[in-house]
Ligand binder design. Structure first.
Ligand code: FES
Length: 572
């Protein structure tokens, strides 16, 4: 882009009254004359918040990015957006992902920005900011905040999230005491950064790197490693050049780039949540991803990384082993080589010289950690619009299973009865949870990997088939069928399941079947009525009226696509 066509010129490049207005108030921060000389203005979109622990270090990172921007001849301006702390916010950060995307989109478009650096970390802070940025379509680069150092507890490495589920089960079966849990808290979370398992945050950071939106190798670098700061500095350098080259986010995020990301997410055993987020991000660029694309493109790829929750190691180990470039190199010619990443080269080219330093952590394609480890999409009369399962996180013997349904109508019903001694359930039962979808909860929380009943845990049961219209934390494990669509709250077949109905899960056949005939289902449907709306006003009302189903990415129906960067009217 020629300097005189940059959009920031419309604010700063005029000698009239409005040029004065746009510059003068900014001068109160002490910016010298040459910051307004037509140089690229870089917005640093910061998801820092004390209430988002995984992103609490990003205030420092913004300063480092600014150094890089100044050094390259740009003018950096940091701005805050709503931040989403996964472990703090109720009822589910997923409910605000779309709100943040609107915040980001409008903040970018309304301001004199030529290029954007997104500072991300905790789960939803990555897709939310990207969705917003895509709808404006400026040169955009992501600096992922990085994972925490490995958790260390009683001589062992422990993974964030994954330890939480283990402790929860231990409390129920009596093998862990409340004092143990208290002690483990600070041992698990002992440095800045996001969850250090291959949970949703690490999966999304890796996905963003695979999409080509970070400098090479960004995802795995721990938050506190000095090399993460170097990456932030270099990202500040590079975004200025991207503005000069007019390398927009839509140039990077092609359909082929999304297909690369699907393959990489499969090879790292990434989170099921990536499906929802990638679909929503692509939708902002007019690229239609179907859930079957994830199965078709990714499910038969082998898992190359040995990382929790499906494996043994953690993100710090992944970084020392060579990080994502090693995975990309192993995938080799299966990836589209014609994409362009933010450094102007394809991810394949960027990874050509990648070296693996620990084959226990990143395996070869020829000798993988697991065969066919990607996310599987299920179809059947229980999920006409699909459901998903992550076989790598499930017990193999449950991947083909028929059992009688034990139904929980709501999350409150589940909590009230799950540990009751008289609950009629055994290890072969299929646990069914309704009302936890996008509309029903609202916000589709990560409750799909329901804790097992205490009495079965005490018998040594480790896994059961669980079915819901909710999501599962990327750090979790189990034979959990998730994202059932349409969800129960809007009358999907899940709403019609009753205690004792037989359900067959057949992962190799991609099928989920409710053994109830059509006439009986029709009778049940005639007797069914939707639950009352969960909100009468405000954002929650907007959310439940406009959120799309899981297979569509859970974006709002009116947010698909973009509105570009143009703004036609000034403030006077
Ligand atoms: Fe923030 Fe896991 S809680 S990434």
């Amino acid at each position: 882009m020629e300097e005189n066509t940059r959009r920031s010129k419309e604010w700063f490049g005029h000698a009239d009254k409005m040029g004065f207005v746009h510059r003068s108030w900014l001068r109160n921060q002490g910016h010298p004359d040459h910051m307004f000389d037509g140089r690229p203005v870089i917005g640093i979109c910061n998801t820092w918040s004390d209430l988002t622990p995984c992103n609490a270090h990003l205030r420092d990172f913004a300063q480092i990015v600014k150094r890089g921007v100044y050094e390259a001849g740009g003018f950096p301006l940091e701005f805050p957006v709503m931040s989403l702390g996964e472990t703090i916010m109720k009822p589910s950060t997923m409910m605000w992902r779309n709100l943040v995307s609107m915040d980001v989109e409008e903040s970018i478009r309304a301001n004199p920005l030529d290029g954007i650096v997104l500072l991300t970390g905790c789960d939803k802070t990555t897709p939310s900011t990207l969705m917003g940025a895509c709808s404006v379509d400026l040169p955009t680069l992501v600096v992922p905040g990085g994972p925490m150092l490995n958790g260390k507890w009683r001589g062992k490495d422990v993974g964030s999230g994954t330890l939480t589920w283990q402790l929860g089960e231990g409390l129920k079966d009596g093998s862990i005491s409340p004092a143990d849990v208290y002690e483990a808290e600070s041992c698990m979370s002992r440095s800045a950064g996001h969850c250090m398992t291959m949970g949703t945050a690490s999966s999304m950071a890796s996905t963003v790197e695979a999409l080509g939106l970070t400098l090479p190798g960004a995802a795995a670098i721990p938050a506190v490693d000095a090399r993460k700061r170097v990456l932030a500095h270099l990202s500040g350098n590079r975004i200025v050049e991207m503005v000069r080259e007019n390398l927009k986010i839509s140039d990077v995020l092609t359909r082929e780039a999304f297909e690369n990301a699907i393959m990489v997410n499969a090879a790292i055993g990434g989170s099921t949540n990536v499906m929802i987020h990638l679909t929503a991000i692509a939708g902002r660029l007019g690229i239609k991803l179907e859930i079957d694309d994830f199965d078709r493109i990714g499910s038969r790829l082998p898992m190359l990384t040995n990382l929790m929750p499906a494996g043994e190691f953690l993100m710090e180990d992944f970084y020392y082993a060579g990080g994502l470039p090693v995975v990309i190199r192993e995938l080799g010619e299966r990836l589209h080589a014609g994409t362009v990443s933010v450094n102007g080269k394809s991810i394949v080219e960027n990874s050509r010289e990648a070296v693996c330093y620990d084959r226990r952590v990143v395996a070869t394609f020829a000798d993988p950690v697991k065969e066919e480890a990607g996310i599987v999409v299920l179809r059947g009369n229980l999920c006409p619009d699909g459901a998903v399962i992550k076989p790598s996180a499930a017990s193999p013997e449950l991947l083909r299973h028929t059992g009688a349904a034990v139904v929980f109508e709501t999350i409150e019903d589940y909590h009230a009865r799950i540990d009751a001694d008289d609950l009629e359930i055994d290890a072969d039962s299929v646990m069914v949870l309704k009302g936890v979808g996008p509309v029903g909860y609202p916000g589709m929380p990560e409750v799909g990997n329901m804790d097992l009943p205490a009495k079965l845990l005490k018998q040594g049961v480790k896994d059961m088939v669980r079915i819901s219209d909710g999501r599962m934390s990327g750090t979790a494990y189990g034979a959990a069928v998730l994202h059932v669509a349409p969800e129960s709250a809007i009358g999907g077949p899940l709403a019609l399941v009753k205690n004792g109905d037989l359900i067959t899960l057949d992962v190799p056949a991609r099928s989920l079947h409710l053994h109830v005939d059509d006439e009986e289902l029709a009778r049940r449907r005639a007797a069914w009525s939707p639950p009352p709306p969960v909100a009468q006003r405000g954002y929650v009302k907007l959310f439940i009226e406009h959120v799309e189903q899981a297979d569509q990415g859970c974006d709002f129906d009116f947010l698909r696509g973009g509105s570009g960067a143009e703004i036609k009217r000034d403030l006077h």
